[in-house]
Design a protein around this ligand. Structure first.
Ligand SMILES: [Zn+2]
Length: 496
């Protein structure tokens, strides 16, 4: 560490011993003030000199060893009275330098001339949006992607399908959207009563609530995200959370003695289930260039698999001793399918039960224990523990529709994905952190934004800033400055 500090001083030249205050979120690795300042209105006309050169950037870094993915995002930025100089190893670093400038121009008037050297701590800095329970649509998503980019976040986890509605066009199975994208009740809990979903209605039915993304909508969102260096990871849930799939294609359910139907899961005993999932995934792969496909895997009840003759026959044929192993069979089989198409799977941490698929990445949401176990077993992990990262939880008991645990900004900010028990050799398996906005209680766009902000600011800083740069009192001050700016831009931000 000492060598690194010396290297930084060499790279920056003499600078003040005291670190200078900046309003930036996420906090950069190194920031130092230069003489002079610039009016925000002048930033657009400043002379900009960009140099993309790995060797030049390495010189700026001194002896510091960065991984390849860190180097790609790293940048050196000098804001002077007459011009801006940016050095980076890749276009991505230039992009992040410009986001920094954009944020400085929004936060400070005048802008203090400065030098910044910066790179991310984690490679996965994400936000998840549940578009099934309540549907916001393309403009809303793009607006949030814009804010994510400003915060140097780079993964958008798109929860597109779930019990209350299938939200993406699939040509091979048109009934998915034709029969389940619309419902009579707008508010989710008016539709789902006693844990049983309600009816769906046709598009155009008076008062119908819902919507879905066409392939063109998805292409528009992906182009918008790609310009901002954000990867969009779609989630197609299996085997649980499939009430809507089953409403459109009842034959994908277990065949139970007496004709009863499981209201919520797909039948892993039937070959037709795999044929369905594979055809759906092929279309999803065609739409989304991400290397990853999120296959859900959470909260499958599995009770009816014990009664279903198809599931029982499958277990016997494959030598599976429990329904957990039957789920694991399904996930492993889908992983082989994903691999055959050059994709890798991510699943919620229940995919650990019954044996983890060999190359799966785990999204640790039941606290961090499942994630730590997966890391020990040599798997990649994204941490999104409910009690730090579930943004549907309330920030104040007096807020609109408060639910779940109390999750104020400070608690979100306090999370460190790199738990003390993770060894240095395993550290590379910790991909990063994600904030999840489930929308059971969140119908209106303003409400969704109020749940996201300012807590997403904290997730962004946890994902990008080095652990030693995190500082709660200073972050609280910066979050309040950025909140005011975000409100000016038309975002609804929860008032601290
Ligand atoms: Zn079955």
């Amino acid at each position: 560490m000492k060598g690194f500090v010396i290297a930084l001083v060499l790279a920056f030249g003499p600078m003040n011993a005291q670190p200078q205050q900046t309003n930036l979120i996420p906090a950069p690795v190194a920031y130092s003030v230069r003489p002079g300042n610039v009016s925000p209105s002048r930033t657009a006309v400043l002379d900009e000199r960009i140099r993309i050169s790995r060797r030049t950037l390495l010189r700026r870094l001194g002896g510091r060893q960065l991984t390849d993915w860190q180097l790609k995002s790293a940048y050196w930025l000098e804001l002077g009275k007459k011009g801006v100089k940016i050095e980076a190893a890749d276009e991505e670093g230039v992009f992040y330098a410009r986001q920094t400038l954009k944020m400085l121009a929004a936060l400070d008037s005048p802008l203090t001339c400065c030098t910044i050297l910066d790179w991310p701590r984690f490679r996965y800095r994400g936000v998840m949006l549940d578009e099934s329970r309540h549907f916001q649509g393309k403009d809303f998503v793009m607006k949030q992607l814009e804010m994510m980019a400003l915060l140097k976040m780079n993964r958008f986890h798109f929860h597109l399908v779930d019990n209350p509605g299938w939200r993406v066009q699939i040509d091979a199975y048109p009934l998915l959207t034709a029969l389940t994208a619309w419902r009579p009740e707008a508010f989710f809990w008016d539709w789902e009563k006693n844990e049983i979903g309600g009816p769906f209605v046709d598009e155009g039915t008076p008062g119908a609530y819902g919507g879905f993304y066409t392939k063109q909508d998805i292409a528009d969102i992906l182009a918008f995200a790609a310009e901002r260096h954000i990867e969009v990871i779609p989630e197609i849930e299996m085997p649980g959370h499939n009430y809507e799939t089953r409403a459109a294609y009842p034959e994908l359910a277990c065949s139970l003695p007496g004709g009863g139907k499981d209201p919520w899961e797909l039948c892993p005993g039937k070959e037709s289930t795999f044929e369905f999932l594979e055809k759906v995934l092929l279309e999803i792969f065609g739409m989304f260039p991400s290397q990853y496909i999120h296959i859900g895997g959470d909260e499958a009840r599995k009770n009816n698999w014990k009664l279903c003759p198809d599931c029982q026959a499958r277990m016997k044929a494959e030598g599976l001793k429990s329904v957990e192993e039957l789920q694991s069979y399904m996930i492993r089989r889908m992983e082989r399918f994903a691999h055959a198409h050059g994709k890798r799977i991510i699943g919620w941490d229940e995919i650990l039960q019954g044996g983890l698929a060999p190359d799966a990445t785990v999204m640790s949401w039941h606290g961090i224990e499942a994630g730590l176990k997966a890391v020990r077993e040599g798997h990649d992990v994204i941490f999104t523990p409910t009690h730090y990262c579930y943004l549907d939880y309330h920030q104040d008991s007096a807020q609109f529709r408060p639910v779940g645990r109390y999750l104020p900004l400070e608690k979100v900010y306090s999370f460190d994905p790199m738990a003390a028990s993770i060894t240095e050799a395993d550290a590379h398996h910790v991909l990063g952190v994600q904030g999840c906005l489930w929308t059971e209680h969140v119908q209106e766009a303003w409400h969704a934004e109020m749940m996201l902000y300012p807590r997403v600011f904290a997730i962004a800083e946890t994902g990008w800033s080095q652990a030693e740069r995190k500082d709660w009192p200073d972050f609280e001050r910066r979050a309040s400055v950025l909140s005011a700016v975000a409100r000016r831009w038309g975002y609804t931000v929860f008032r601290l």
